[in-house]
Design a protein around this ligand. Structure first.
Ligand SMILES: Nc1nc2c(ncn2[C@@H]2O[C@H](COP(=O)(O)OP(=O)(O)OP(=O)(O)O)[C@@H](O)[C@H]2O)c(=O)[nH]1
Ligand SMILES: [Mg+2]
Length: 213
C-alpha cells in the first residue's frame, strides 16, 4: 500500500517534469503604427487579464522590446503556452520632424526619434530569439515597401515560421486582397485588433503556426 503510494507519487512528479509544455516565443513585428501592441494587448488581456504596453496614434510608441511570459492561449479546448513579445516598429527612416505634427516639443521629438532608432536595432537583435513571428501590417497601407521585405527576408533567412496579420480591417479603405497578393506564400489573416474582429481565425492561425516551430 505504502509502496504503491510512493510509486504513484514519483510517477506523478516524473510525468509533470516531462510533460511540461515548452513555452513558445511568439514575436510581433512590423512597421510602426500597424497595431502590434494593440494585438499583443488583446491577447494578453484575454488570457492573463493584463496588458503588455501603451498604444498611441503617434508612431514609435513602443521603443523597447516588452514581453509577457506564460500566456496560455486557449482555443477550441486546446491550450498552448507562449511568451508574447511586442517589438518596436521597424522603419528605414526616422525623422524627429514627423513627430512635431503631433504637438510634440522639438526636444521631446528628438528624444523620441533617438529612442525609436535604438528600438529598431533592438527589434532586429531579438529576431534570433523568436520561435515564431506574427508580422502585423496596416491593411489600409501599401504593403510593397522596403521595411516589410526586410522583415520577411530576415525571418526567411533564420527559418522562423511567419504569419501575416492584415490589421485594421474595420477601416473602409482596408485592402486585405492587396496584402494577400503581396505575400502569396504566407498565411494572411485579416483582423481588427482595436475592435476584436476575426480573432477566432487569428487564434486558429496561431495554433497552426506553432506547429511549424
Ligand atoms: N481603426 C483601427 N485602429 C487600430 C487598430 N489597431 C490599432 N489601431 C490604432 O493604430 C494606432 C497604433 O496602434 P499600436 O498598437 O500602438 O501600433 P504599434 O504597431 O504597436 O505601433 P509602434 O509601437 O509605434 O510600432 C493606435 O491609434 C491604435 O488605436 C485597428 O484594428 N483598427
Ligand atoms: Mg507598439
Amino acid at each position: 500500500m505504502v509502496m504503491s503510494a510512493f510509486k504513484n507519487f514519483f510517477k506523478r512528479i516524473f510525468t509533470n517534469i516531462f510533460s511540461q509544455k515548452r513555452e513558445l516565443k511568439l514575436g510581433f513585428y512590423g512597421p510602426p503604427n500597424a497595431g502590434k501592441t494593440s494585438l499583443a494587448n488583446r491577447i494578453c488581456k484575454d488570457f492573463t487579464g493584463e496588458e503588455i504596453g501603451s498604444v498611441s496614434k503617434v508612431p514609435h510608441e513602443t521603443r523597447a522590446v516588452q514581453f509577457k511570459e506564460k500566456v496560455e492561449i486557449q482555443y477550441k479546448g486546446k491550450t498552448m503556452t507562449f511568451k508574447i513579445i511586442d517589438t518596436p516598429g521597424i522603419a528605414t527612416k526616422i525623422d524627429y520632424e514627423d513627430f512635431l505634427k503631433f504637438k510634440m516639443k522639438k526636444k521631446e521629438a528628438k528624444e523620441r526619434a533617438r529612442e525609436a532608432t535604438q528600438g529598431v536595432v533592438e527589434s532586429i537583435k531579438w529576431l534570433d530569439d523568436m520561435d515564431v513571428v506574427v508580422i502585423v501590417l496596416d491593411s489600409t497601407e501599401n504593403p510593397y515597401n522596403q521595411v516589410n521585405l526586410t522583415i520577411i527576408g530576415n525571418l526567411v533567412a533564420r527559418n522562423i515560421p511567419v504569419l501575416i496579420v492584415a490589421n485594421k480591417i474595420d477601416i473602409k479603405k482596408s485592402n486585405l486582397k492587396k496584402i494577400e497578393a503581396a505575400f502569396p506564400e504566407y498565411d494572411v489573416v485579416g483582423i481588427s485588433a482595436r475592435y476584436g474582429k476575426n480573432l477566432e481565425e487569428f487564434y486558429e492561425s496561431i495554433f497552426k503556426l506553432a506547429k511549424k516551430a
